[in-house]
Design a protein around this ligand. Structure first.
Ligand SMILES: Cc1ncc(COP(=O)(O)O)c(C=O)c1O
Length: 396
């Protein structure tokens, strides 16, 4: 018999994917260049040439088995060492390779991290607005995802709501900064407050509460914005990183979990992850990709276009009277819709070939997300459509 849980999931298809499919279909009718598709967070800039050069060099100089064989179940030692060194140099940490576990992207990293620090029935708290894939990431592990209400003033953490939801069954908090969908970066003040709060709660409940810090946008931070490293603030932190956005290689599925060397059982996290892999089949990420990312520490694609696009959209949206918190990073912006029903708002926008994602699946009502990882030329061409939509539908 087919598993009913997954059958049920088929009924709740991703709104983002559905909108992206709609945009593709509309593109077949009118030309995709005429569809202002702000649905999908797919990087739009090329892979850095240095990374390609390293891959070419490796293909020419390294053995076939080394590059294409199974990687060790805990990851390739030299790669883990290189990642630890990069994090230590950048953030003043003291990781060793033993604290690093290579994974298939951030999705794989979170899947391992949650299984590492929760048991079925435990609660994991996340903060709205949140990446909707957290539902399957967490709930298929047996832990239960609970969502703390948003602080819509600035999308930092809503501590009153956190306190209202905190209880002894909470084993972990899943946070995401810079944030998809708000684009907001958690400040040092927010992270310090969170850390003090969690230290107190650990003492009160007599057990660990981990932070699972999902950081695929760590490198996409705009001019003048301070993006503190979460693990600096709290010992029981598992950092989940991905090269999908920073190197523009989401299809290659490569990232890692980095266990803070001061967390409980720090030396065991990576080996426990290798056991989790045996169960979930997310094991032994590509050797070629592990070696590849280790050869370009700190390197990123040229992502300046994201900031250019953000500024254009932020200015236009505020001129049109939208309430919007200025993003500090990512390639998303999250304005308040011009009516309470964000789904209705986004449906109306479709008539202007503007593909916007309603906020409901991000755990907030009445907002919408624009993923501006598209060409600047297209962003500019979308502005008249945006103005027309706002004028004709909302008289502004
Ligand atoms: C917040 C967040 N977490 C995790 C992921 C998954 O990243 P990856 O493709 O590296 O698995 C994404 C992808 O868009 C994301 O936005």
């Amino acid at each position: 018999m087919i598993n009913e849980t997954y059958k049920e999931m088929l009924k709740k298809k991703s709104v983002i994917r559905e909108l992206s499919e709609f945009a593709t279909a509309r593109g077949k009718e009118i030309g995709y260049e005429n569809v202002f598709d702000y649905s999908l967070g797919n990087p739009s800039v090329p892979v850095p040439q240095d990374f390609n050069n390293e891959l070419i060099d490796m293909l020419g100089s390294m053995g076939s088995m080394e590059l294409h064989g199974y990687s060790p179940s805990v990851g390739i030692a030299s790669v883990k060492d290189a990642i630890a060194k990069e994090l230590n140099d950048r953030f003043g940490m003291n990781y060793t390779g033993n604290h690093i576990f290579p994974t298939s992207g951030a999705a794989g990293a979170v899947a391992h991290a949650v299984r590492c620090v929760t048991k079925p029935g435990d609660e994991v708290l996340t903060f709205a607005p949140f990446f909707p894939e957290y539902n399957p990431y967490i709930n298929t592990s047996g832990a239960v995802l609970k969502v703390v209400k948003a602080n819509v003033k600035d999308f930092q953490i809503n501590f009153d709501e956190l306190d209202a939801m905190m209880n002894a069954n909470v084993a972990a908090l899943l946070i995401n900064t810079p944030n998809n969908p708000s684009g907001v970066v958690y400040s040092s003040e927010t992270l310090s407050k969170l850390s003090s709060y969690l230290y107190k709660k650990q003492e009160e409940y007599g057990h660990d509460i981990f932070i699972i810090s999902d950081e695929p946008y760590r490198e996409i931070v705009f001019n003048g914005v301070d993006a503190p490293y979460v693990s600096k603030f709290y010992d029981n932190t598992l950092s989940c990183y991905s090269y999908s956005k920073s190197l523009s290689i989401p299809g290659e599925r490569i990232g890692y979990v980095a266990a803070n060397p001061r967390c409980t059982d720090a030396e065991l996290i990576s080996v426990i992850c290798s056991q989790i892999s045996r169960g979930i089949g997310h094991n032994c990420p590509s050797s070629l990709m592990q070696y590849g990312v280790a050869r370009v520490p700190g390197k990123t694609a040229d992502m300046s276009v994201y900031e250019t696009n953000m500024n254009i959209l932020y200015d236009e949206l505020t001129n049109l009277g939208f309430e919007v918190v200025k993003p500090g990073g990512t390639f998303y912006i999250f304005p308040k819709a011009l009516e309470d029903d964000a789904v209705a708002f986004c449906n109306k926008a479709k008539d202007y070939d503007l593909i916007l994602v309603p906020s409901d699946s991000f755990g907030v009502q009445g907002y919408f997300r624009m993923a501006y990882c598209i060409d600047t030329e297209k962003v500019k061409r979308s502005l008249p459509a945006l103005r027309k939509f706002v004028k004709e539908c909302y008289g502004r």
